[in-house]
Design a protein around this ligand. Structure first.
Ligand SMILES: C[S@@+](CC[C@H](N)C(=O)[O-])C[C@H]1O[C@@H](n2cnc3c(N)ncnc32)[C@H](O)[C@@H]1O
Length: 308
């Protein structure tokens, strides 16, 4: 199968990079940086980059398919002032961007989650708007365009107390994204546009990595090893456990959920000369957080208990 992308270069492997991101070295120059959240197939991101060659743009997307489409468009357009990040914007803005490091944020047709029971999934709630505020420089702006009237009113409510002055208007189709075209084809000819301009700074420090503690235990009996997760603020689940008697190594697959941040990784319990070492397996691209430490602690406790 042919990959859709032509070059992976614009895609930043952020879990393996210094955090917060050193924006100037990443772009090879110092220039104002703007962010598009949920860029979908990347049309607007490419348009912005072509129209503003003096600015740097970072696109944030959860979906790999969207990233592949955007990578292809970036390569075909020849723009060099765009970098892409895969992940949840709530996590990435918290961990990767310094306060006051961004000039503008765009989000066109964000998922409106129309059902009542799904409202909790909506992105632009007040905590997220406050986070955007803290990452924006003085006078920085947020542009949100939606086809969905209820979502529009909901965002306007959320914006109260998040340090912005807000301007709201009906607008004609003018962004030419996939979703704008989709709604236009279905007969919608007016969309809801919200522009917010930062007036008061909300201080939210960058969420930093922690130093993980690894463990050494004198004895380990794989037959009695049944690690148990937890659900108290952080969710830790252990999905499967493997043991290779020849290599004297156990592997545990852990799922850790901390708010919006979900990590899936392997922990190894490996025989060394004098002990069994419990640590993250190599190559998992884990971001060291309190939840990851919790998973290591729980595995340590269960591995210890195999001696009892
Ligand atoms: C309805 S689509 C709109 C795509 C594009 N902006 C357009 O107008 O065609 C919403 C996009 O936001 C992305 N998305 C949803 N939640 C996200 C999040 N928390 N962080 C980053 N991207 C997200 C989805 O993967 C999807 O591509």
């Amino acid at each position: 199968m042919r990959p859709r992308y032509i070059s992976l270069d614009p895609l930043l492997p952020w879990t393996q990079m210094p955090r917060p991101l050193p924006l100037d070295p990443l772009f090879g120059r110092s220039a104002p940086t703007e962010v598009e959240i949920g860029f979908g197939s990347g049309d607007y991101l490419v348009k912005l980059a072509l129209e503003h060659p003096g600015k740097n743009f970072v696109g944030i997307e959860t979906g790999w398919l969207s990233i592949k489409h955007a990578l292809r468009k970036l390569a075909l357009s020849g723009v060099r002032n765009v970098r892409l990040l895969q992940g949840d914007a709530r996590v990435l803005l918290k961990r990767l961007f310094e306060q006051k490091s961004i000039g503008a944020v765009y989000s066109l047709f964000p998922c409106p989650w129309p059902k009542k029971r799904h409202i909790k999934h909506r992105l632009f709630d007040q905590p997220f708007l406050r986070l955007l505020n803290s990452r924006l420089g003085d006078g920085g702006t947020v542009l949100i365009v939606t086809d969905h009237k209820d979502y529009y009113h909901w965002v306007l409510e959320q914006a109260e107390g998040s340090g912005f002055v807000v301007d709201a208007e009906l607008c004609p189709p003018r962004y030419f994204t996939k979703y704008e075209k989709k709604w236009l084809d279905l007969g919608q000819s007016r969309f809801f546009q919200i522009t917010m301009r930062k007036t008061t700074h909300m201080s939210i420090p960058v969420e930093e990595d922690i130093t993980l503690k690894t463990y050494c235990i004198p004895r380990f009996v794989p037959e009695f090893f049944h690690p148990k997760g937890c659900r108290d603020g952080v969710v830790v689940e252990f999905k499967e456990t493997l043991y290779d008697p020849l290599r004297q190594k156990a592997m545990v697959r852990a799922l850790v959920v901390e708010g919006n941040y979900i990590q899936n990784f392997w922990v190894e319990i490996a025989k060394e000369e004098k002990c069994w070492r419990i640590r993250l397996a190599k190559g998992c691209g884990v971001v060291p957080t309190a939840g990851v430490q919790r998973a290591l602690d729980l595995i340590y406790q269960s591995a210890q208990a195999t001696n009892a």
